[in-house]
Design a protein around this ligand. Structure first.
Ligand code: PLP
Ligand code: COI
Length: 339
């Protein structure tokens, strides 16, 4: 294996040794199989290709000082994967099969788990899609489940330094009764126009608003949003955002630290009242936001005027990451060690 510069890894695709595959056929899941190919034979009329029958997950494995590899709240990802499958009528992956595939993928690529202290982790991408042929709009009869992994660094190039985001008002990523709460590819396809538009203008990610009134903050690209004021952590309640496992964990940690928490609709204008704002997610971890530009309204909200993350974001970040890497006691039983 080539020498990797662990501390300077980007968040991007990298080939590792093996991926794990399993197919659902004739009413049952088959055996897990390891493959060293990055390609799949896929029917030209599969429902994944035509009707977007596809869902994925994003999780990470972390190496501790003790060299043990840890998963963070894998059961939450397993549950959300099932929920996404159910939402677009795909066969669900049983929890035990999900865990077995992940453990196998991590173990068979053990040399790619970044060393402790480098800030990097092994990103795990479980993927599920309809793989049998249909032509009318129908759910597939066969499904393919794949898990592949790769070592990654920070999602935003700024790492834990403030990033800049911009509000998108001319496209929506998801609708309230649509698929916004599911982790399905269609939502990401819908977010591409907004993402590219703001990136061309020099921002790292788009901020999406509720698509009914465009008054409330929904989420940020591939991460949830939070704002902090008066010792209170506030995050949007919305029927069109993905339930972030990171956000849910931060809420618990905030409460442990004596910080109040609220999940409620957040008006865009409320941005001017926050002391700290950020994005959170598996890839984003906790990323402080230094600027939110409401491009179309010509209004700019600034934070982190000293160029650094605020004190509460910092404390939450250190606590979360400390638990994930095994440096801080896991009081909530969130961590699973892979033997
Ligand atoms: N929102 C979107 C749209 C995402 O893609 C992600 C990433 O998974 C998140 C939020 C954060 O969720 P989690 O913390 O479970 O990774
Ligand atoms: C994650 O945080 O795991 C994500 O899924 C982000 C990804 C869409 C790049």
């Amino acid at each position: 294996m080539q020498q990797l510069d662990w501390s300077n890894l980007p968040f991007g695709y990298m080939k590792t040794k093996y991926n794990i595959r399993c197919t659902y056929k004739d009413g049952k899941w088959g055996e897990l199989e390891a493959s060293d190919s990055e390609y799949i034979p896929l029917h030209i009329s599969s429902t994944a290709l035509h009707y977007g029958q596809q869902a994925f997950e994003g999780m990470k494995a972390y190496k501790g000082k003790d060299n043990k590899v840890r998963l963070f709240r894998w059961e939450e990802n397993a549950k959300r994967f099932q929920n996404s499958a159910e939402g677009i009528l795909m066969e669900k992956v049983p929890k035990e099969l999900f865990l077995q595939a992940i453990v196998k993928a991590v173990k068979m690529n053990a040399e790619f788990v970044p060393p402790h202290g480098t800030g990097a982790s092994l990103y795990i991408r479980p993927l599920l899609f309809g793989s049998s042929a249909e032509m009318g709009v129908k759910a597939a009869k066969e499904y393919t489940f794949i898990v592949f992994v790769m070592p990654v660094g920070p999602y935003f190039k700024e790492g834990f330094n403030p990033t800049k985001i911009a509000i998108v008002r001319d496209s929506d990523r998801a609708a309230p009764l649509g698929t916004g709460t599911l982790k399905v590819g269609g939502n990401y396809a819908a977010s591409l126009r907004g993402t590219v538009k703001v990136q061309k203008a020099g921002y790292s990610s788009p901020m999406y608003l509720d698509c009914v009134e465009r008054k409330y903050i929904d989420e940020i690209g591939a991460a949830n949003f939070f704002g902090i004021k008066n010792n209170t952590y506030i995050t949007p309640k919305s029927p069109s955002i993905l339930g972030s496992i990171t956000n849910k964990s931060i809420i618990t940690l905030a409460e442990d630290l004596g910080i109040k928490t609220e999940r409620r609709p957040i008006l865009v204008e409320e941005l001017s009242t926050f002391e700290e704002v950020g994005a959170c997610g598996t890839a984003a971890v906790i990323s402080p936001i230094g600027e939110v530009n409401d491009l179309e309204k010509g209004k700019v909200y600034k934070f982190c005027r000293d160029g650094k993350a605020g004190p509460i974001s910092k404390k939450l970040y250190e606590t979360l990451v400390g638990i994930q890497y095994g440096d801080i006691e896991d009081k909530h039983g969130w961590v699973t060690i892979i033997d």
